[in-house]
Design a protein around this ligand. Structure first.
Ligand SMILES: Cc1cc2nc3c(=O)[nH]c(=O)nc-3n(C[C@H](O)[C@H](O)[C@H](O)COP(=O)(O)OP(=O)(O)OC[C@H]3O[C@@H](n4cnc5c(N)ncnc54)[C@H](O)[C@@H]3O)c2cc1C
Length: 418
């Protein structure tokens, strides 16, 4: 496998681009591995990469029922940030941010990390107090955060609605300058290529349908391509978590909901940051191709379908118009959805399950893309050492037993409200 470099681009360019090698192999599954990771999204692939790189565990397969990155990893709105305030979340997401900063170099693959800044608008004095509290907590933890008043926001984001008739007046914004976006498929492809280089088998079109058991312990998986034995089976299947956990006899505090995203026809550069509307569940950024990328609320029903309903399209576009009336003449190009694994407190679960042989990484709700590097890093640590990494120590299943949820938004046991 060749190293990507300016020299390799030049050499291949001069020889008609005929000598690029495949980014990863397409191996047949072996009968047994030390670790089998179920799910070839960003989290499964990153876990495989860090298992090999940090712990020297290379006898690993990633089993993906479709194609690599075809789940939520390839469907999200690509926002990367670390503006968390609850102990347990704060330093985990900051570790992820630090890993993002050097990820293209580490993987030798351009993940197009764009630190364009992230504004969280507030629309009342009370919301402003909450934003101030979050900003102060972030700063106390050494994480960059600023608070801007209305005149400063008007100067920085002149295209929002500041008129007297604005439905939700803008009072100010919390800002994280290191936050931004990264190209989602490139993250999956970058981790896949780097994991493959470490000798890990990436097996696509291989659905896990059940488990192999020995004396009450999981010792492998049943798949659409035959049984595969493994000392450790690790799930990283996002919206399919509860479904696969149920096959192992586990009932988890996770529900699957549908979340949609939207992209408009391309425009000249206009929105050069990520902007979150504090009055409704709505956010906006602009892709490198010029399309405005819009995100909205969860669809109001549980489903495994990767498509959404029209009420959320209407709600998202109403919010877009309330924030930026100039968008009303813009045409929507397409919309799609992903199956979200929503926990009851909005924070993830990383750890060993009560069934021997089974490990879980799930419950990422709306926010797992930004977590990809730290999630893979900490999950690999947990699988290799049999104990939580200090940064993900609060993400065990035990917090639900003990009643110590990490309720970042104070929404309680309402997945739709997180
Ligand atoms: C519309 C939308 C917008 C989002 N926006 C953001 C954002 O801006 N920022 C952010 O941080 N997060 C965002 N997220 C959340 C983020 O995308 C996810 O949390 C994250 O990508 C989850 O990664 P993953 O690897 O766990 O899951 P996935 O990428 O979904 O990977 C899981 C894989 O498991 C496979 N699988 C499932 N069942 C089986 C089986 N039985 N056998 C084999 N394979 C199986 C699936 O095919 C899938 O490829 C968004 C999500 C959506 C849907």
């Amino acid at each position: 496998m060749r190293h990507y470099s300016a020299f390799s681009i030049l050499r291949n360019g001069l020889s008609g681009n005929k000598h690029w090698s495949r980014a990863w192999r397409d191996p047949a599954p072996k009968p047994a591995y030390e670790v089998v990771i179920v799910g070839g999204g960003g989290h499964g692939l990153a876990t495989a990469y860090y298992l090999a790189k940090e712990h020297g565990i290379r006898n690993v397969a990633v089993l993906e029922k479709g194609w690599l990155g075809g789940g939520n990893t390839g469907r999200n709105t690509t926002i990367v940030r670390s503006n968390y305030m609850m102990p347990g979340n704060t330093m985990f997401y900051e570790r992820s941010m630090q890993l993002w900063e050097n990820l293209s170099q580490e993987l030798n693959y351009n993940v197009m990390m764009s630190r364009r800044g992230y504004y969280y608008l507030f629309h009342s004095p009370g919301q402003g107090d909450t934003a101030r509290r979050r900003t102060n907590i972030m700063r106390a933890n050494g994480i960059d955060a600023e608070l801007f008043d209305r005149p400063e926001v008007m100067k920085r984001l002149p295209y929002l609605d500041y008129s007297e008739n604005a439905r939700f007046p803008i009072y100010g914004a919390a800002y994280q300058g290191r936050a931004g976006t990264a190209r989602h498929d490139a993250v999956a492809w970058g981790y896949a290529r780097a994991a493959d280089r470490q000798g890990i088998d990436l097996i696509q079109q291989c659905e896990v349908t059940g488990y192999l058991w020995d004396d009450g312990q999981i010792v492998g998986v049943e798949t659409s391509r035959g049984p595969i034995r493994a000392s450790k089976v690790a799930l990283a299947v996002a919206g399919h978590t509860s479904h696969l956990a149920a096959k192992a006899g586990l009932r988890l505090p996770i529900e699957t909901h549908v979340l949609q995203a939207f992209v408009t026809e391309p425009l000249k550069p206009l929105v050069d940051h990520v902007i979150i509307f504090g009055a409704e569940h709505f956010y906006i950024s602009q892709s490198d191709k010029g399309g405005l990328v819009l995100g909205g609320d969860l669809d109001g029903f549980n489903s495994y379908a990767q498509r959404g309903g029209l009420p959320i399209v209407e709600h998202t576009l109403q919010s877009a118009k309330a924030l930026m009336p100039s968008l009303s003449r813009l045409r929507l190009l397409r919309h799609w959805a992903g199956a979200m694994d929503m926990t009851m407190d909005g924070s993830p679960i990383i750890g060993k399950m009560p069934v021997d042989g089974l490990w879980l990484n799930g419950g990422w709700c709306y926010g797992g893309f930004k977590a990809t590097p730290a999630s893979g890093f900490c999950f690999a640590w947990t699988i290799a050492r049999g104990e939580s990494h200090p940064d993900s120590a609060e993400f065990t299943l035990k917090r639900f037993e003990r009643g110590y949820q990490i309720d970042e938004t104070g929404a309680g046991p309402h997945p739709k409200a997180h």
